[in-house]
Design a protein around this ligand. Structure first.
Ligand SMILES: NC(=O)c1ccc[n+]([C@@H]2O[C@H](COP(=O)([O-])OP(=O)(O)OC[C@H]3O[C@@H](n4cnc5c(N)ncnc54)[C@H](OP(=O)(O)O)[C@@H]3O)[C@@H](O)[C@H]2O)c1
Length: 194
């Protein structure tokens, strides 16, 4: 492998997200109170810390950033956050060393961040995930499904011009109620060999 191929081989974009049974990541007003519908007295992190160790940085949409930036609690990310936005001019003063605004198409963004030595990303936010999927730039989906029908809201997935197949890697049940499945992007011929 030459150095370009080496760098490309290191590339990995991971989605780690919770959805309702009907496929929403937030309710109609952006509400995510339902993410706490199952008691979690032991503070089970459901793979979050392991994910943080796997990645170089986080790419998230402006709506998701707005929510996290206004959240009344400690900053939750140990890695740099790149905020996708065409409208945001700056991040709040207290987050200037933690978050940076970027814009552009997903492929161009990844190429630019690769030049900074960043290759592995946690991709977050519905519109953002959908725009990466449209360019076939998601390598792994880690989706936790909660037992609730929201009836509407912000969808995890949207329209795409072509199908993308994934291979199921594992499924775990947390707190007896939350089902987390991992899928790895692979071109698969039908019928699936199991
Ligand atoms: N259930 C969960 O685990 C979970 C996880 C994350 C978020 N959420 C919730 O989901 C909701 C937000 O999701 P969302 O669907 O609105 O998506 P989002 O991806 O967080 O935000 C969408 C915004 O990101 C910007 N954006 C996206 N792609 C861009 C690109 N290529 N270039 C420039 N800007 C781009 C645009 O902002 P501008 O308009 O500024 O250009 C766009 O309006 C919030 O309620 C959040 O709390 C839930």
């Amino acid at each position: 492998m030459n150095s370009y191929q080496n760098k490309m081989a290191k590339r990995k974009n991971i989605v780690f997200i919770a959805q309702s049974l009907d496929g929403y990541i937030a309710g109609p007003s952006g509400e995510i109170d339902w993410l706490d519908m199952v008691a979690n007295p032991g503070g089970e992190d459901m793979g979050y810390l392991a994910l943080m160790q796997d990645i170089d940085a986080i790419i998230m949409g402006r709506n998701t950033f707005d929510f996290v930036a206004n959240y009344d609690g400690p900053w939750p990310y140990p890695k740099k956050v790149f905020v996708l936005s065409n409208t945001l001019q700056s991040v709040p003063q207290h987050l200037t060393d933690k978050a940076e605004i970027i814009k552009g198409k997903p492929k161009a963004i990844l190429d630019n961040l690769g030049k900074q030595g960043l290759y592995t990303f946690y991709i977050d936010g519905g519109v953002t995930i959908q725009s990466f999927l449209r360019e076939d730039l998601i390598d792994e989906l880690r989706i936790t499904t909660l037992p609730i029908l929201l009836g509407g809201g912000y969808a995890l997935f949207g329209d795409m011009e072509k199908r993308l197949t994934f291979e199921h890697e594992s499924t775990a049940v947390y707190l007896g109620q939350l089902v987390q499945s991992r899928y790895v992007r692979r071109d698969i011929d039908f019928p699936l060999q199991t």
